[in-house]
Unconditional design. Sequence first.
Lengths: 286, 250
Amino acid sequence: MELVGSFLLDPLQSSIGRHALIEVTLLGALSGALGFWVVSYGLSYGAESLAHGLLPGLVGAALLGAPLIAGAFAGIVATAVLIALAARDRRVGPETATAVAVTGMLGLGVLMALAPATPQRLAELLFGNPLAVSGGDLAAAAALTLLGGAALFALQRPLAALAFDAAAAGSLGVRTGAVRVGLAVLLAVAVCVAVQGLGNLLALAALIAPPLAVRRHANSVGGAMTGGAAVGAVSGIAGIYVSYGLNVAAGAAVALALCAAAAIGALAPARARARATRLRPAPSPR
Amino acid sequence: MNALVECSGLAAGYGGAPVIHDVSFAAGAGETVVVLGPNGGGKTTLFRALLGEIEPMAGRAQLRDRTAYVAQADRTSLDFPVSALDVALMGALAHGRWWLPPSRADRRSAAAALERVGLAAEAATRFGELSGGQRQRVLIARALVQDARILLLDEPLAGVDPASAEGIAALFGELSGDGRTLLVSSHDIESARRYERVLCMNRRQVAYGPPAETLTRAVLEQTYGSEIVVIDGSGDRVRALAVQHHDHEH
Protein backbone atom coordinates (compact mmCIF):
# COMPACT_ATOMS: atom_id res chain seq x y z
CA MET A 1 0.00 0.00 0.00
CA GLU A 2 2.82 2.29 0.96
CA LEU A 3 4.50 1.43 -2.32
CA VAL A 4 1.40 2.43 -4.31
CA GLY A 5 1.06 5.64 -2.34
CA SER A 6 4.68 6.47 -2.96
CA PHE A 7 4.28 5.70 -6.69
CA LEU A 8 1.25 8.01 -6.95
CA LEU A 9 2.72 10.83 -4.90
CA ASP A 10 6.22 10.75 -6.33
CA PRO A 11 5.63 13.04 -9.37
CA LEU A 12 3.56 15.43 -7.23
CA GLN A 13 6.35 16.09 -4.76
CA SER A 14 8.44 18.27 -7.06
CA SER A 15 7.53 21.24 -9.26
CA ILE A 16 9.13 19.38 -12.17
CA GLY A 17 6.69 16.50 -11.81
CA ARG A 18 3.70 18.78 -11.21
CA HIS A 19 4.58 20.88 -14.27
CA ALA A 20 4.95 17.72 -16.36
CA LEU A 21 1.56 16.41 -15.24
CA ILE A 22 -0.17 19.72 -15.99
CA GLU A 23 1.60 20.00 -19.36
CA VAL A 24 0.59 16.51 -20.55
CA THR A 25 -2.96 17.07 -19.29
CA LEU A 26 -3.22 20.29 -21.29
CA LEU A 27 -1.65 18.93 -24.46
CA GLY A 28 -3.56 15.65 -24.18
CA ALA A 29 -6.91 17.37 -23.71
CA LEU A 30 -6.54 19.90 -26.55
CA SER A 31 -4.94 17.50 -29.02
CA GLY A 32 -7.33 14.71 -28.08
CA ALA A 33 -10.39 16.87 -28.76
CA LEU A 34 -8.95 18.38 -31.94
CA GLY A 35 -7.71 15.00 -33.14
CA PHE A 36 -11.28 13.93 -33.92
CA TRP A 37 -11.43 16.69 -36.54
CA VAL A 38 -7.90 16.03 -37.80
CA VAL A 39 -8.91 12.44 -38.56
CA SER A 40 -12.38 13.36 -39.86
CA TYR A 41 -10.90 15.85 -42.34
CA GLY A 42 -8.07 13.51 -43.38
CA LEU A 43 -5.40 15.88 -42.05
CA SER A 44 -3.14 13.33 -40.36
CA TYR A 45 -0.41 13.76 -42.99
CA GLY A 46 -0.69 17.56 -42.75
CA ALA A 47 -0.41 17.40 -38.96
CA GLU A 48 2.65 15.17 -39.18
CA SER A 49 4.21 17.51 -41.72
CA LEU A 50 3.64 20.60 -39.58
CA ALA A 51 5.05 18.88 -36.49
CA HIS A 52 8.16 17.68 -38.34
CA GLY A 53 8.76 20.86 -40.31
CA LEU A 54 8.87 23.17 -37.31
CA LEU A 55 12.20 21.83 -35.99
CA PRO A 56 14.27 24.88 -37.11
CA GLY A 57 11.88 27.06 -35.11
CA LEU A 58 12.40 24.94 -32.00
CA VAL A 59 16.18 25.01 -32.39
CA GLY A 60 16.10 28.75 -33.07
CA ALA A 61 14.14 29.30 -29.86
CA ALA A 62 16.66 27.18 -27.94
CA LEU A 63 19.53 29.21 -29.42
CA LEU A 64 17.88 32.52 -28.50
CA GLY A 65 16.65 31.37 -25.10
CA ALA A 66 13.06 32.06 -26.23
CA PRO A 67 10.06 29.89 -25.22
CA LEU A 68 9.91 26.71 -27.32
CA ILE A 69 6.22 27.39 -28.02
CA ALA A 70 7.17 30.64 -29.80
CA GLY A 71 9.80 28.82 -31.83
CA ALA A 72 7.30 26.11 -32.72
CA PHE A 73 4.85 28.73 -33.96
CA ALA A 74 7.52 30.42 -36.10
CA GLY A 75 8.57 27.02 -37.48
CA ILE A 76 4.97 26.15 -38.41
CA VAL A 77 4.45 29.47 -40.20
CA ALA A 78 7.72 29.02 -42.15
CA THR A 79 6.79 25.42 -43.08
CA ALA A 80 3.29 26.43 -44.17
CA VAL A 81 4.67 29.25 -46.34
CA LEU A 82 7.24 26.93 -47.93
CA ILE A 83 4.62 24.28 -48.68
CA ALA A 84 2.29 26.89 -50.18
CA LEU A 85 5.08 28.30 -52.36
CA ALA A 86 6.23 24.87 -53.58
CA ALA A 87 2.65 23.72 -54.23
CA ARG A 88 2.06 26.68 -56.56
CA ASP A 89 4.04 24.82 -59.17
CA ARG A 90 1.45 22.46 -60.64
CA ARG A 91 4.16 20.11 -61.88
CA VAL A 92 5.13 19.48 -58.26
CA GLY A 93 1.71 19.06 -56.64
CA PRO A 94 0.75 19.57 -52.99
CA GLU A 95 1.87 16.18 -51.61
CA THR A 96 5.32 16.30 -53.17
CA ALA A 97 5.65 19.95 -52.19
CA THR A 98 4.82 19.06 -48.59
CA ALA A 99 7.32 16.18 -48.56
CA VAL A 100 10.13 18.30 -49.98
CA ALA A 101 9.45 21.33 -47.76
CA VAL A 102 9.15 19.25 -44.59
CA THR A 103 12.26 17.17 -45.29
CA GLY A 104 14.19 20.34 -46.04
CA MET A 105 13.02 21.99 -42.83
CA LEU A 106 13.83 18.87 -40.79
CA GLY A 107 17.34 18.72 -42.27
CA LEU A 108 17.86 22.41 -41.56
CA GLY A 109 16.68 21.89 -38.00
CA VAL A 110 19.10 18.99 -37.42
CA LEU A 111 22.00 21.05 -38.83
CA MET A 112 21.14 23.92 -36.50
CA ALA A 113 20.67 21.59 -33.53
CA LEU A 114 24.09 19.99 -34.02
CA ALA A 115 25.83 23.39 -34.08
CA PRO A 116 28.08 23.90 -31.02
CA ALA A 117 26.25 27.08 -30.04
CA THR A 118 22.93 25.26 -29.59
CA PRO A 119 22.36 24.67 -25.88
CA GLN A 120 19.56 22.15 -25.90
CA ARG A 121 20.16 18.57 -26.87
CA LEU A 122 18.73 17.47 -30.21
CA ALA A 123 17.01 14.47 -28.59
CA GLU A 124 14.92 16.72 -26.37
CA LEU A 125 13.68 18.73 -29.33
CA LEU A 126 12.92 15.64 -31.39
CA PHE A 127 11.38 13.50 -28.67
CA GLY A 128 10.33 16.10 -26.12
CA ASN A 129 10.76 16.26 -22.38
CA PRO A 130 7.72 17.23 -20.35
CA LEU A 131 9.94 17.25 -17.27
CA ALA A 132 11.79 20.29 -18.66
CA VAL A 133 8.71 22.51 -18.97
CA SER A 134 9.02 25.84 -17.18
CA GLY A 135 6.32 27.84 -15.46
CA GLY A 136 6.25 30.28 -18.39
CA ASP A 137 5.89 27.42 -20.90
CA LEU A 138 3.04 26.08 -18.84
CA ALA A 139 1.25 29.43 -18.73
CA ALA A 140 1.52 29.76 -22.52
CA ALA A 141 0.27 26.19 -22.99
CA ALA A 142 -2.66 26.85 -20.63
CA ALA A 143 -3.62 30.05 -22.46
CA LEU A 144 -3.44 28.35 -25.87
CA THR A 145 -5.39 25.35 -24.61
CA LEU A 146 -8.14 27.60 -23.26
CA LEU A 147 -8.30 29.62 -26.47
CA GLY A 148 -8.16 26.50 -28.63
CA GLY A 149 -10.84 24.76 -26.56
CA ALA A 150 -13.14 27.78 -26.81
CA ALA A 151 -12.59 27.99 -30.58
CA LEU A 152 -13.28 24.25 -30.95
CA PHE A 153 -16.52 24.63 -28.99
CA ALA A 154 -17.59 27.56 -31.16
CA LEU A 155 -16.66 25.87 -34.44
CA GLN A 156 -18.14 22.49 -33.56
CA ARG A 157 -21.40 22.81 -35.54
CA PRO A 158 -19.94 24.18 -38.81
CA LEU A 159 -17.08 21.68 -38.58
CA ALA A 160 -19.60 18.84 -38.21
CA ALA A 161 -21.79 20.06 -41.08
CA LEU A 162 -18.78 20.31 -43.41
CA ALA A 163 -17.25 16.98 -42.37
CA PHE A 164 -20.58 15.18 -42.71
CA ASP A 165 -21.77 16.60 -46.03
CA ALA A 166 -19.23 18.81 -47.78
CA ALA A 167 -21.43 19.21 -50.88
CA ALA A 168 -24.32 20.74 -48.94
CA ALA A 169 -22.38 22.70 -46.31
CA GLY A 170 -22.31 25.89 -48.37
CA SER A 171 -26.08 25.92 -48.81
CA LEU A 172 -26.42 25.48 -45.02
CA GLY A 173 -24.68 28.82 -44.59
CA VAL A 174 -21.31 27.33 -43.63
CA ARG A 175 -18.36 29.37 -44.89
CA THR A 176 -16.41 26.34 -45.91
CA GLY A 177 -13.14 28.11 -46.68
CA ALA A 178 -13.16 29.97 -43.35
CA VAL A 179 -13.94 26.78 -41.45
CA ARG A 180 -11.03 24.95 -43.09
CA VAL A 181 -8.70 27.86 -42.29
CA GLY A 182 -9.97 27.89 -38.70
CA LEU A 183 -9.23 24.19 -38.39
CA ALA A 184 -5.72 24.67 -39.80
CA VAL A 185 -5.04 27.45 -37.26
CA LEU A 186 -6.32 25.25 -34.43
CA LEU A 187 -4.09 22.44 -35.67
CA ALA A 188 -1.10 24.79 -35.60
CA VAL A 189 -1.97 25.85 -32.04
CA ALA A 190 -2.33 22.25 -30.88
CA VAL A 191 0.97 21.24 -32.48
CA CYS A 192 2.69 24.20 -30.74
CA VAL A 193 1.38 23.01 -27.38
CA ALA A 194 2.15 19.35 -28.07
CA VAL A 195 5.76 19.75 -29.27
CA GLN A 196 6.64 21.45 -26.02
CA GLY A 197 6.11 18.19 -24.17
CA LEU A 198 6.51 15.54 -26.83
CA GLY A 199 8.99 17.01 -29.30
CA ASN A 200 8.44 17.30 -33.00
CA LEU A 201 8.55 13.58 -33.76
CA LEU A 202 6.18 12.35 -31.06
CA ALA A 203 3.67 15.23 -30.99
CA LEU A 204 1.58 13.54 -33.67
CA ALA A 205 0.69 10.76 -31.21
CA ALA A 206 -1.31 13.24 -29.12
CA LEU A 207 -3.38 14.21 -32.17
CA ILE A 208 -3.98 10.85 -33.80
CA ALA A 209 -4.10 8.27 -30.97
CA PRO A 210 -7.08 9.65 -28.96
CA PRO A 211 -9.52 9.80 -31.91
CA LEU A 212 -8.47 6.31 -32.91
CA ALA A 213 -9.23 5.16 -29.35
CA VAL A 214 -12.71 6.67 -29.15
CA ARG A 215 -14.09 6.96 -32.68
CA ARG A 216 -15.71 3.52 -32.82
CA HIS A 217 -17.29 4.04 -29.42
CA ALA A 218 -18.60 7.60 -29.74
CA ASN A 219 -22.27 8.21 -30.52
CA SER A 220 -21.97 11.92 -31.06
CA VAL A 221 -19.54 14.60 -32.11
CA GLY A 222 -19.47 15.99 -28.56
CA GLY A 223 -18.83 12.50 -27.21
CA ALA A 224 -15.97 11.93 -29.65
CA MET A 225 -14.36 15.26 -28.68
CA THR A 226 -14.73 14.92 -24.91
CA GLY A 227 -13.77 11.23 -25.08
CA GLY A 228 -10.67 12.14 -27.10
CA ALA A 229 -9.76 14.88 -24.63
CA ALA A 230 -10.16 12.48 -21.70
CA VAL A 231 -8.10 9.73 -23.38
CA GLY A 232 -5.40 12.26 -24.29
CA ALA A 233 -5.18 13.68 -20.77
CA VAL A 234 -5.33 10.33 -18.94
CA SER A 235 -2.79 8.74 -21.30
CA GLY A 236 -0.47 11.70 -20.76
CA ILE A 237 -0.70 11.37 -16.98
CA ALA A 238 -0.19 7.59 -17.22
CA GLY A 239 2.92 8.19 -19.35
CA ILE A 240 4.43 10.50 -16.73
CA TYR A 241 3.83 7.90 -13.99
CA VAL A 242 5.39 5.19 -16.15
CA SER A 243 8.35 7.49 -16.75
CA TYR A 244 8.78 8.02 -13.01
CA GLY A 245 8.20 4.38 -12.13
CA LEU A 246 10.52 2.86 -14.71
CA ASN A 247 12.92 5.79 -14.98
CA VAL A 248 12.48 6.10 -18.75
CA ALA A 249 12.21 9.12 -21.07
CA ALA A 250 8.99 10.99 -20.26
CA GLY A 251 8.12 12.12 -23.83
CA ALA A 252 8.46 8.63 -25.23
CA ALA A 253 6.51 7.14 -22.30
CA VAL A 254 3.62 9.55 -22.94
CA ALA A 255 3.65 8.78 -26.67
CA LEU A 256 3.61 5.04 -25.96
CA ALA A 257 0.77 5.43 -23.45
CA LEU A 258 -1.23 7.31 -26.10
CA CYS A 259 -0.58 4.59 -28.67
CA ALA A 260 -1.53 1.88 -26.15
CA ALA A 261 -4.84 3.70 -25.56
CA ALA A 262 -5.41 3.82 -29.32
CA ALA A 263 -4.77 0.08 -29.64
CA ILE A 264 -7.11 -0.73 -26.75
CA GLY A 265 -9.84 1.53 -28.15
CA ALA A 266 -9.50 0.15 -31.64
CA LEU A 267 -9.62 -3.48 -30.47
CA ALA A 268 -12.34 -3.13 -27.82
CA PRO A 269 -15.80 -4.17 -29.02
CA ALA A 270 -18.04 -1.19 -29.79
CA ARG A 271 -20.95 -0.91 -27.36
CA ALA A 272 -24.57 -0.74 -28.52
CA ARG A 273 -25.29 2.60 -30.08
CA ALA A 274 -28.94 2.90 -29.16
CA ARG A 275 -29.67 6.17 -27.44
CA ALA A 276 -32.84 6.90 -25.54
CA THR A 277 -35.04 8.93 -27.83
CA ARG A 278 -36.51 12.11 -26.50
CA LEU A 279 -39.09 12.17 -29.23
CA ARG A 280 -42.47 10.62 -29.58
CA PRO A 281 -42.25 7.32 -31.43
CA ALA A 282 -44.13 7.15 -34.70
CA PRO A 283 -44.33 4.65 -37.53
CA SER A 284 -41.53 5.17 -40.03
CA PRO A 285 -42.02 3.87 -43.53
CA ARG A 286 -38.74 2.83 -45.08
CA MET B 1 -45.37 33.86 -62.74
CA ASN B 2 -42.64 35.08 -60.38
CA ALA B 3 -39.78 32.70 -61.03
CA LEU B 4 -37.90 31.50 -57.96
CA VAL B 5 -35.39 29.61 -60.09
CA GLU B 6 -34.24 31.13 -63.34
CA CYS B 7 -31.48 30.44 -65.84
CA SER B 8 -30.98 32.58 -68.89
CA GLY B 9 -28.48 31.64 -71.59
CA LEU B 10 -26.39 29.93 -68.92
CA ALA B 11 -23.00 28.46 -69.78
CA ALA B 12 -20.87 27.06 -66.97
CA GLY B 13 -17.87 24.82 -66.42
CA TYR B 14 -14.61 24.44 -64.59
CA GLY B 15 -12.24 26.43 -66.79
CA GLY B 16 -11.69 25.53 -70.42
CA ALA B 17 -14.72 24.63 -72.51
CA PRO B 18 -18.12 25.00 -70.83
CA VAL B 19 -19.65 21.78 -69.50
CA ILE B 20 -23.16 23.16 -70.10
CA HIS B 21 -24.36 25.93 -72.38
CA ASP B 22 -27.57 27.51 -73.68
CA VAL B 23 -29.61 26.67 -70.59
CA SER B 24 -32.70 28.85 -70.18
CA PHE B 25 -35.65 27.96 -67.99
CA ALA B 26 -37.68 29.30 -65.10
CA ALA B 27 -39.63 27.66 -62.28
CA GLY B 28 -42.10 29.35 -59.97
CA ALA B 29 -43.19 28.74 -56.38
CA GLY B 30 -44.55 25.25 -55.83
CA GLU B 31 -43.35 23.90 -59.16
CA THR B 32 -41.58 20.58 -59.41
CA VAL B 33 -38.94 20.19 -62.09
CA VAL B 34 -37.09 17.00 -62.91
CA VAL B 35 -33.72 17.36 -64.61
CA LEU B 36 -33.01 14.43 -66.91
CA GLY B 37 -29.78 13.69 -68.68
CA PRO B 38 -27.01 11.14 -69.07
CA ASN B 39 -24.01 10.92 -66.76
CA GLY B 40 -21.72 13.77 -67.71
CA GLY B 41 -24.71 15.63 -69.17
CA GLY B 42 -24.23 18.56 -66.81
CA LYS B 43 -26.95 18.09 -64.16
CA THR B 44 -24.56 18.56 -61.24
CA THR B 45 -22.83 21.46 -63.01
CA LEU B 46 -26.21 23.15 -63.40
CA PHE B 47 -26.86 22.77 -59.67
CA ARG B 48 -23.41 24.08 -58.79
CA ALA B 49 -23.94 27.12 -61.02
CA LEU B 50 -27.34 27.76 -59.43
CA LEU B 51 -25.80 27.50 -55.94
CA GLY B 52 -23.11 30.01 -56.91
CA GLU B 53 -20.30 27.51 -56.39
CA ILE B 54 -19.09 28.15 -59.94
CA GLU B 55 -19.36 31.40 -61.84
CA PRO B 56 -21.40 31.40 -65.05
CA MET B 57 -19.22 31.69 -68.18
CA ALA B 58 -22.17 33.29 -69.94
CA GLY B 59 -25.73 34.17 -69.04
CA ARG B 60 -27.02 33.97 -65.49
CA ALA B 61 -28.35 31.51 -62.93
CA GLN B 62 -30.51 32.77 -60.09
CA LEU B 63 -32.19 31.38 -57.00
CA ARG B 64 -34.51 33.97 -55.50
CA ASP B 65 -35.27 32.47 -52.09
CA ARG B 66 -33.73 30.34 -49.33
CA THR B 67 -32.26 27.26 -50.94
CA ALA B 68 -31.24 23.83 -49.69
CA TYR B 69 -29.02 21.42 -51.59
CA VAL B 70 -29.71 17.77 -50.92
CA ALA B 71 -26.90 15.57 -52.19
CA GLN B 72 -27.14 11.82 -52.60
CA ALA B 73 -27.19 10.35 -49.10
CA ASP B 74 -24.37 7.90 -49.87
CA ARG B 75 -22.08 10.85 -50.61
CA THR B 76 -22.27 11.91 -46.98
CA SER B 77 -19.83 10.60 -44.39
CA LEU B 78 -21.74 7.52 -43.25
CA ASP B 79 -19.39 6.67 -40.38
CA PHE B 80 -19.62 10.17 -38.91
CA PRO B 81 -21.08 9.97 -35.37
CA VAL B 82 -24.34 11.86 -35.88
CA SER B 83 -27.94 10.81 -35.30
CA ALA B 84 -30.87 11.60 -37.59
CA LEU B 85 -31.77 14.44 -35.19
CA ASP B 86 -28.21 15.82 -35.30
CA VAL B 87 -28.36 15.91 -39.11
CA ALA B 88 -31.76 17.60 -39.15
CA LEU B 89 -30.39 20.16 -36.66
CA MET B 90 -27.64 21.07 -39.12
CA GLY B 91 -30.39 22.90 -41.03
CA ALA B 92 -30.57 25.40 -38.15
CA LEU B 93 -27.08 26.62 -39.05
CA ALA B 94 -28.73 28.61 -41.82
CA HIS B 95 -30.42 30.78 -39.17
CA GLY B 96 -27.11 32.09 -37.80
CA ARG B 97 -25.73 31.72 -34.24
CA TRP B 98 -23.52 28.91 -35.50
CA TRP B 99 -21.15 29.34 -32.58
CA LEU B 100 -23.82 28.40 -29.99
CA PRO B 101 -25.41 25.01 -29.34
CA PRO B 102 -28.81 24.54 -31.03
CA SER B 103 -31.64 26.32 -29.19
CA ARG B 104 -34.79 24.65 -27.90
CA ALA B 105 -36.67 26.16 -30.83
CA ASP B 106 -34.13 24.59 -33.21
CA ARG B 107 -34.62 21.21 -31.53
CA ARG B 108 -38.39 21.51 -31.75
CA SER B 109 -38.10 22.44 -35.41
CA ALA B 110 -35.81 19.47 -36.12
CA ALA B 111 -38.11 17.07 -34.28
CA ALA B 112 -41.09 18.41 -36.23
CA ALA B 113 -39.20 18.04 -39.53
CA LEU B 114 -38.31 14.43 -38.75
CA GLU B 115 -41.93 13.76 -37.87
CA ARG B 116 -43.00 15.32 -41.17
CA VAL B 117 -40.76 12.97 -43.14
CA GLY B 118 -41.98 10.01 -41.07
CA LEU B 119 -38.84 9.45 -39.06
CA ALA B 120 -39.72 10.67 -35.56
CA ALA B 121 -39.02 7.23 -34.15
CA GLU B 122 -35.57 7.15 -35.73
CA ALA B 123 -34.45 10.52 -34.36
CA ALA B 124 -31.80 8.98 -32.13
CA THR B 125 -30.61 6.42 -34.67
CA ARG B 126 -27.17 6.91 -36.12
CA PHE B 127 -27.45 8.29 -39.66
CA GLY B 128 -25.19 5.61 -41.14
CA GLU B 129 -27.42 2.87 -39.70
CA LEU B 130 -30.55 4.08 -41.51
CA SER B 131 -31.70 2.63 -44.83
CA GLY B 132 -30.97 4.55 -48.04
CA GLY B 133 -34.52 5.89 -48.24
CA GLN B 134 -34.51 6.94 -44.60
CA ARG B 135 -31.20 8.77 -45.05
CA GLN B 136 -32.65 10.69 -47.96
CA ARG B 137 -35.65 11.64 -45.83
CA VAL B 138 -33.37 12.89 -43.05
CA LEU B 139 -31.57 15.14 -45.54
CA ILE B 140 -34.95 16.47 -46.67
CA ALA B 141 -35.82 17.07 -43.00
CA ARG B 142 -32.61 19.10 -42.73
CA ALA B 143 -33.83 21.22 -45.66
CA LEU B 144 -37.15 21.73 -43.85
CA VAL B 145 -35.35 22.95 -40.71
CA GLN B 146 -33.46 25.29 -43.00
CA ASP B 147 -36.92 26.53 -44.05
CA ALA B 148 -35.75 26.34 -47.64
CA ARG B 149 -38.27 27.47 -50.23
CA ILE B 150 -36.18 26.00 -53.03
CA LEU B 151 -34.78 22.46 -52.87
CA LEU B 152 -32.14 21.19 -55.27
CA LEU B 153 -32.07 17.41 -54.96
CA ASP B 154 -29.25 15.54 -56.68
CA GLU B 155 -30.51 12.09 -57.69
CA PRO B 156 -32.39 11.55 -54.43
CA LEU B 157 -33.89 8.26 -55.58
CA ALA B 158 -30.65 6.65 -56.76
CA GLY B 159 -30.07 3.38 -54.92
CA VAL B 160 -33.35 3.68 -53.02
CA ASP B 161 -35.71 0.68 -53.05
CA PRO B 162 -38.99 1.15 -54.97
CA ALA B 163 -41.20 1.37 -51.86
CA SER B 164 -39.00 4.09 -50.34
CA ALA B 165 -38.81 5.90 -53.67
CA GLU B 166 -42.61 5.93 -53.78
CA GLY B 167 -42.72 7.45 -50.28
CA ILE B 168 -40.14 10.09 -51.13
CA ALA B 169 -41.97 11.00 -54.35
CA ALA B 170 -45.16 11.47 -52.29
CA LEU B 171 -43.19 13.71 -49.93
CA PHE B 172 -42.10 15.82 -52.91
CA GLY B 173 -45.79 16.35 -53.68
CA GLU B 174 -46.41 17.56 -50.12
CA LEU B 175 -43.44 19.94 -50.23
CA SER B 176 -44.65 21.33 -53.54
CA GLY B 177 -48.06 21.79 -51.93
CA ASP B 178 -46.34 24.02 -49.32
CA GLY B 179 -45.24 26.29 -52.16
CA ARG B 180 -41.67 25.00 -52.26
CA THR B 181 -39.95 24.74 -55.61
CA LEU B 182 -38.17 21.44 -56.26
CA LEU B 183 -35.45 20.75 -58.83
CA VAL B 184 -34.74 17.03 -58.85
CA SER B 185 -32.05 15.45 -60.99
CA SER B 186 -32.83 11.91 -62.05
CA HIS B 187 -32.13 9.09 -64.47
CA ASP B 188 -35.62 7.66 -64.15
CA ILE B 189 -37.53 8.62 -67.26
CA GLU B 190 -40.72 6.87 -66.20
CA SER B 191 -40.99 8.64 -62.86
CA ALA B 192 -40.27 11.96 -64.59
CA ARG B 193 -43.94 12.01 -65.59
CA ARG B 194 -44.84 12.81 -61.97
CA TYR B 195 -43.23 16.25 -62.19
CA GLU B 196 -44.80 19.38 -63.59
CA ARG B 197 -41.81 20.23 -65.76
CA VAL B 198 -39.04 18.25 -67.33
CA LEU B 199 -35.65 19.75 -68.17
CA CYS B 200 -33.74 17.52 -70.58
CA MET B 201 -30.02 18.20 -70.73
CA ASN B 202 -27.06 16.80 -72.53
CA ARG B 203 -24.40 19.48 -72.04
CA ARG B 204 -27.00 21.88 -73.42
CA GLN B 205 -30.69 22.27 -72.86
CA VAL B 206 -32.53 19.87 -75.17
CA ALA B 207 -36.07 20.61 -73.98
CA TYR B 208 -38.02 22.18 -71.13
CA GLY B 209 -41.72 21.87 -70.52
CA PRO B 210 -44.52 19.60 -69.32
CA PRO B 211 -43.82 15.83 -69.49
CA ALA B 212 -46.30 15.32 -72.31
CA GLU B 213 -44.31 17.69 -74.52
CA THR B 214 -40.81 16.76 -73.47
CA LEU B 215 -40.80 13.01 -72.93
CA THR B 216 -40.98 12.26 -76.63
CA ARG B 217 -38.84 9.80 -78.51
CA ALA B 218 -37.07 12.59 -80.43
CA VAL B 219 -36.21 14.57 -77.28
CA LEU B 220 -35.08 11.50 -75.35
CA GLU B 221 -32.87 10.37 -78.21
CA GLN B 222 -31.27 13.82 -78.35
CA THR B 223 -30.83 13.75 -74.57
CA TYR B 224 -29.47 10.26 -74.12
CA GLY B 225 -28.19 9.29 -77.56
CA SER B 226 -27.16 5.64 -77.55
CA GLU B 227 -27.90 5.37 -73.81
CA ILE B 228 -31.66 5.28 -74.44
CA VAL B 229 -33.61 2.06 -74.73
CA VAL B 230 -37.14 2.57 -76.06
CA ILE B 231 -39.43 -0.09 -74.65
CA ASP B 232 -42.65 1.05 -76.27
CA GLY B 233 -42.56 3.79 -78.87
CA SER B 234 -46.09 3.36 -80.19
CA GLY B 235 -48.86 5.82 -79.47
CA ASP B 236 -48.47 9.20 -77.76
CA ARG B 237 -46.68 7.92 -74.72
CA VAL B 238 -43.11 6.72 -75.12
CA ARG B 239 -41.77 4.28 -72.54
CA ALA B 240 -38.02 4.34 -72.32
CA LEU B 241 -35.11 3.52 -70.03
CA ALA B 242 -31.85 5.37 -69.70
CA VAL B 243 -28.85 3.07 -69.48
CA GLN B 244 -26.58 4.37 -66.73
CA HIS B 245 -22.85 4.29 -67.10
CA HIS B 246 -21.17 5.11 -63.83
CA ASP B 247 -18.47 7.32 -65.20
CA HIS B 248 -17.49 10.80 -64.03
CA GLU B 249 -20.49 13.05 -63.43
CA HIS B 250 -20.46 16.73 -64.27
